[in-house]
Design a protein around this ligand. Structure first.
Ligand SMILES: *Cc1c(COP(=O)(O)O)cnc(C)c1O
Length: 384
C-alpha cells in the first residue's frame, strides 16, 4: 500500500517518510550540516548546500505536504517567513484581498512592509461571495484567507471562495494554522497554497518557531522553491526534527483539543458572568453550517467577552488564571490565554480591530490537553 493512500492518523506518523538509508534510523537524523561533499563539481547525492535543501528539512516538508494532500512542501524559519515567501510571488501593482480579522502579524507584514513595494491589500469579510467578486480587478493576483479567523472564529467557506478565485484565475492561499490538516484540508477544497505557522499545532509543544507552505501545482512549487533558496528564510535541521516529532502526535493531540474545547466552550456559554462566546461548534454560530461541512471538528480555540467587561476587567481575568498561562501563541499541549487587543492585535489600529469585534474586553483561549476538570476549575476561580 503506498503511503499516499494511508488514512490521516497513519500519515501523521509515516506520511512522506522512510527509514533513513544509512543505518535504518526510524526518525530522520538531524543533519546538522551546511554543505555536502561532491566527488567532482556538480556530482553529489542530492544535496549541495543546506539553504537549498537539507535531508531533515526535506523529511518535514514531505510530511506536511502529505498531511495536506499536497505534492510539494517548503519549511521556513517562521510562519511569517512562509507568508513572506508567498507574497514574493507578487509584483508592484498587484492586489491582494485578505480576510478582515487577519492574524496581527500578517496585517503588519502586508500594511507596513509590502505596501511600500507597491502591492495593495484590500480586506473582505469573505462571507458574501458577490461582495468578494466585486472587489476583484484585473490587478488582483491573490486571495489570502484564514478560517477559523483569529480571534473572532468566523468561518469562511473555502470551496465557495475557490470557485470565485478559479473563475478569475486568481491564486487562493489559506492560512491553515488554526484548523490544522487534521480538521481541514484547503487544497482538497480548491485552494492553491496552504500556509502554516507550524509553531502552533503542527509542532504542538511551544518549543520552536517554524513555518510551512504546501502546494499541488508543480510550476507554483518551482517558483516557491526558487524564492525559498533565494531569500533563504529556511527552517534549520534541529527545528525541522522537533516539528516532525510533534507532527507524529498531531491527531491524538487534536482529538483532545477538540474534546476539551467543546467542554470549555459550553461551560463559558452557560456561565452567568460571560456575555459572548465565539466557537464554531455552537449550532447558533453564524457560520456553523459551513464549519460542519468543511471541518472534521471544531478545535480548541475559543474567544469570549466577560459581561459588562472592559479593558481592565479582561486584564484582571487573564492575570488571575493559573493553569492557563498568559502568553502569545497557541496550539501547544498547554493551555494559554491571550488578550488580543493588547497582544496579538496590538499592531492593528483600535478602530480597525473593533470593527471586526476585537473589543478591549475580548479574551482568547488556546485550550490545551490537560485534564478538562482542572481547566474548568481554573476558569471558574478567575471568573468569580
Ligand atoms: C502565529 C501565526 C502566524 C505567524 O507565525 P509565526 O510562526 O509566529 O511566524 C500566522 N498566522 C497565524 C494564524 C498564526 O497564528
Amino acid at each position: 500500500m503506498s503511503k499516499k493512500e494511508l488514512k490521516f492518523n497513519s500519515k501523521a506518523i509515516h506520511g512522506g517518510q522512510q527509514p533513513e538509508k544509512g543505518y535504518g534510523a526510524v526518525m530522520p537524523p538531524i543533519y546538522q550540516t551546511s554543505t555536502y561533499a561532491q566527488s567532482t563539481p556538480g556530482e553529489h547525492k542530492g544535496y549541495e548546500y543546506s539553504r537549498v535543501s537539507n535531508p531533515t528539512r526535506t523529511a518535514l516538508e514531505n510530511a506536511v505536504a502529505s498531511l495536506e494532500n499536497g505534492s510539494y512542501g517548503m519549511a521556513f524559519g517562521s510562519g511569517m517567513a512562509a507568508i513572506d515567501a508567498a507574497m514574493k510571488l507578487l509584483s508592484p501593482g498587484d492586489e491582494v484581498i485578505c480576510t478582515s480579522d487577519l492574524y496581527g502579524g500578517s496585517y503588519r507584514l502586508f500594511k507596513q512592509v509590502y505596501e511600500k513595494y507597491g502591492i495593495k491589500f484590500l480586506f473582505s469579510g469573505m462571507l458574501d461571495m458577490e461582495e468578494l467578486e466585486a472587489q476583484i480587478t484585473h490587478n488582483t493576483k491573490l486571495v489570502w484567507l484564514e478560517t477559523p479567523t483569529n480571534p473572532m472564529m468566523n468561518i469562511i467557506d473555502i470551496e465557495a471562495v475557490a470557485k470565485v478565485t478559479q473563475k478569475h484565475q486568481v491564486l487562493l492561499g489559506v492560512d491553515n494554522t488554526f484548523a490544522t490538516p487534521y480538521l481541514q484540508r484547503p487544497l482538497d477544497l480548491g485552494a492553491d497554497i496552504v500556509m502554516h505557522s507550524a509553531t502552533k499545532y503542527l509542532a504542538g509543544h511551544s518549543d520552536v518557531v517554524v513555518g510551512a507552505l504546501v502546494v499541488k501545482d508543480e510550476k507554483l512549487a518551482e517558483q516557491l522553491y526558487f524564492i525559498q533558496k533565494s531569500s533563504g528564510a529556511i527552517c534549520g535541521p534541529m527545528d525541522s526534527f522537533l516539528t516532525l516529532r510533534g507532527i507524529k502526535t498531531l491527531h491524538v493531540r487534536m482529538q483532545r483539543h477538540c474534546e476539551n474545547g467543546e467542554v470549555i466552550a459550553n461551560f463559558l456559554k452557560n456561565h452567568p458572568n460571560i456575555d459572548k462566546v465565539y466557537w464554531p461548534g455552537f449550532e447558533d454560530h453564524p457560520n456553523h453550517k459551513i464549519a460542519k461541512q468543511q471541518m472534521d471538528g471544531y478545535g480548541g480555540m475559543i474567544s469570549f467577552v466577560p459581561k459588562g467587561g472592559d479593558y481592565a476587567e479582561a486584564i484582571k481575568i487573564v492575570e488571575k488564571l493559573e493553569i492557563f498561562t498568559l502568553a502569545e501563541s497557541l496550539g501547544g499541549v498547554e493551555s494559554l490565554v491571550g488578550h488580543p487587543a493588547s497582544m496579538s492585535h496590538g499592531s492593528v489600529p483600535k478602530e480597525e480591530r473593533e470593527k471586526n469585534g476585537v473589543v478591549d474586553a475580548l479574551i482568547r483561549l488556546s485550550v490545551g490537553i490537560e485534564d478538562v476538570d482542572d481547566l474548568i476549575a481554573d476558569l471558574e476561580q478567575a471568573l468569580n
